[in-house]
Design a protein around this ligand. Structure first.
Ligand SMILES: [Zn+2]
Length: 192
């Protein structure tokens, strides 16, 4: 007999139950559906990661001239002007962390697909790390916009570029991917 943990109240239920014996909420557990949804969102997030880095995060307009800078250009210009901590923080938050999250999600999805029940504790920690830090990733976008505006472009109109929209979409899609993944599947050893 296999058991499922209720995500709402933590009660242990036999796997053939449709609703939790304690809180009566649906146990709705579909391993394959969870994997497919999570993978689809993850691929979409990776696709948006590309324009998020290739297109300007902000456009500055002065008279008729318009100039845009990408995240990496922003990091480089801050580094060159001596704002090392800001450059490092933005690089880590905008370029390094999203990529790390993709790798972690891939690792979790693949380990569920392979029915690997090894190091479940570590995997669950990784999972909750992604879930908890997800919404905070968006703050980074605003930090970039505000800092760049304050430091370099006084009295110039600043318009968010395609990069910032793509970045926001990437963050949301990464969140959806983590959300679609059922953490219970991480501890499941599917060999009956
Ligand atoms: Zn319950």
């Amino acid at each position: 007999m296999k058991y499922l943990r209720c995500l709402y109240c933590d009660a242990t239920n036999p796997k053939n139950h449709e609703v939790c014996w304690r809180c009566a909420l649906p146990l709705d557990y579909d391993r394959k559906k969870s994997i497919h949804k999570s993978l689809a969102f993850l691929f979409a997030a990776i696709i948006f990661y590309i324009p998020a880095n290739l297109y300007p995060v902000l456009q500055t307009a002065k008279f008729s001239e318009s100039h845009g800078s990408t995240i990496l250009e922003g990091v480089l210009s801050m580094w060159q002007s001596g704002d090392y901590p800001v450059a490092i923080i933005i690089f880590i938050a905008s370029i390094f962390i999203p990529m790390l999250k993709f790798i972690i999600l891939f690792y979790l999805i693949i380990s569920i697909m392979r029915c690997s029940a090894k190091r479940v504790r570590e995997k669950i920690k990784l999972y909750f790390l992604i879930e908890l830090t997800g919404p905070w990733s968006l703050i980074d976008v605003f930090v970039v916009l505000i800092l760049v505006a304050l430091i370099h472009f006084k009295n110039i109109a600043i318009i968010p570029g395609i990069g910032v929209t793509s970045f926001a979409l990437m963050v949301v899609l990464t969140l959806l991917s983590a959300n679609a993944l059922d953490p219970r599947a991480l501890g499941e050893n599917c060999e009956e």
